[in-house]
Write a protein that binds this ligand. Structure first.
Ligand SMILES: [Zn+2]
Length: 305
């Protein structure tokens, strides 16, 4: 079981149990406060607090990880739910009232849900308004204001947006597609999948699959997992040719920092804009939408549109 490559900050909490079920749900919470991902990590770092979540999202859109996905967080007042769920705490940018969350946090929440679904073989999010669906709320299990009126009103929208991105439109896909998805069958290996999709199956292709999907160093995959299979296509730009404001499609991996450090940045197939350039860096191009950065990429991971 892997963790999200969208994580900007990790502070593992002592408040967790071994996960006793497979991941098939997502439970969204609000922090009931405007906590940064660091402050939220400090709250969950205290064992006397007896609470945690797998992830947290700040109002600035940064993502914190407090309990790895392989473990069960202590989050939703319901053991059965939390053994099956990845739990996410979202910061409020307004305290009280409708407990508003920022647009930036909402956008990142949708992105994180898509990532969780893809890596865990969840084909779609089904919000039923009760516990029979796989998108659940804290107040389905216990009397609490969590996730607050504003965020709760967004659950249908969140499921819709996530499902749209899990099943990209058929139109124009053939010609412009930079990736396809593949559902892992029993007995599959990354090497065998590479043989299916690429002209060769060497460490280069295996690593492309590994980095795109956040696999561990042993290339572990499991039956039912949905893998993104990027085209082995090459970039149409040379280093130095791109400028701020250029529209690009992400066709390879990057990292969360220009020098190549930090977490792996994915987003293969996404259309984004160049928002910053650090010339001379290993990954000189910061791409994103608005001010929200997807990651730093080398020219070879970008296709100019
Ligand atoms: Zn909650």
């Amino acid at each position: 079981m892997s963790n999200s490559s969208l994580v900007n900050y990790t502070k593992l909490s002592p408040n967790y149990s071994e996960r006793k079920d497979t991941i098939k749900k997502i439970t969204i919470h609000h922090m009931a406060g405007n906590l940064s991902v660091e402050t939220c990590g400090n709250v969950f770092a205290s064992s006397s607090r007896q609470a945690s979540s797998n992830y947290g999202i700040g109002s600035d859109g940064r993502v914190g990880m407090y309990v790895e996905e392989k473990n069960r967080s202590w989050c939703s007042s319901n053991a059965s739910n939390d053994h099956q769920a990845v739990t996410i705490e979202v910061a409020n940018d307004r305290i009280g009232g409708d407990w508003h969350i920022s647009d930036t946090a909402l956008a990142k929440l949708i992105e994180l849900c898509v990532d969780i679904c893809k890596r865990n073989g969840i084909e779609r999010l089904n919000y039923t308004g009760d516990t029979t669906g796989n998108l659940t709320r804290h107040n389905m299990f216990v009397a609490t204001t969590c996730p607050g009126p504003y965020l709760q009103s967004k659950f249908e929208y969140i499921a819709e947006e996530v499902n749209k991105r899990l099943q990209p439109q058929e139109t124009d896909q053939k010609e412009n597609s930079t990736s396809t998805t593949y559902k892992v069958q029993a007995g599959d290996t990354v090497a065998a999948i590479c043989r299916k999709y690429y002209s060769q199956s060497t460490k280069k292709e295996w690593d492309l699959i590994k980095n795109t999907n956040g696999l561990d160093s042993n290339y572990t995959i499991r039956t039912g997992q949905i893998l993104t299979i990027p085209n082995a296509s090459t970039s149409n730009v040379n280093s130095g040719e791109l400028k701020i404001g250029d529209t690009v499609k992400i066709i390879g991996t990057g990292s969360s920092q220009a020098n190549g450090g930090g977490t792996t940045a994915g987003g293969i197939g996404w259309t984004r804009t160049i928002i910053k350039i650090q010339s001379g860096a290993k990954n000189p191009y910061c791409v994103g939408s608005g001010t929200i950065a997807t990651g730093w990429y080398p020219a070879s991971s970008l296709q100019k549109l």
